[in-house]
Ligand binder design. Structure first.
Ligand code: DAT
Ligand code: MG
Length: 148
């Protein structure tokens, strides 16, 4: 089954949005496979955002991500990468639809509360980077009530 990497950024943790965000993924029907609170260092953050290293906002982005603890998660389910991005909303909260996490809880692009993998391949890479120890192996007993 498909997996995605979701991270609640330092602003989401500081603002007490952890439970709300986890609840949205849980209530949708996705399964939580990995979860940890940690503060990452500069080299790690630069690796996570390596694809953006040439962007003018890169240094500010890295400073923001290392500024406090984040909640790193792996969620599993059918189409979870694409659907996870829909739950999160557009990158710029000014354009995120109401009902999405960024649409409901963020204003500025540089404080957009949450990260989600943008493709199955990047999800695999990010899960490997953030969870080198691996993730939990369990399946929800609700499966037949969520999938036909
Ligand atoms: P996303 O997080 O929606 O996948 P991204 O991968 O293009 O977006 O960029 C990673 C983060 O970098 C994004 O969540 C916020 C920040 N960012 C992106 N574009 C930006 C911009 N034009 N100005 C400032 N920050 C930006
Ligand atoms: Mg991205």
């Amino acid at each position: 089954m498909e997996q995605t990497f979701i991270m609640i950024k330092p602003d989401g943790v500081q603002r007490g949005l952890v439970g709300e965000i986890i609840g949205r993924f849980e209530k949708k029907g996705f399964s939580l496979k990995g979860l940890k609170l940690l503060t990452v260092g500069q080299a790690f953050a630069e690796k996570h955002y390596a694809d953006l290293s040439s962007k003018p906002f890169f240094n500010g982005l890295v400073e923001y991500i290392i500024s406090g603890p984040v909640v790193a998660m792996v969620w599993e389910g059918k189409n979870v990468v694409t659907t996870g991005r829909k739950i999160i909303g557009a990158t710029n909260p000014a354009e995120s639809a109401p009902g999405t996490i960024r649409g409901d809880f963020a204003i500025d692009i540089g404080r957009n509360v949450i990260h989600g993998s943008d493709a199955v391949e990047s999800a695999k890479k990010e899960i490997g980077l953030w969870f080198p120890e691996g993730v939990a192996n369990w399946s929800s007993s609700l499966h037949p009530w969520i999938y036909e």
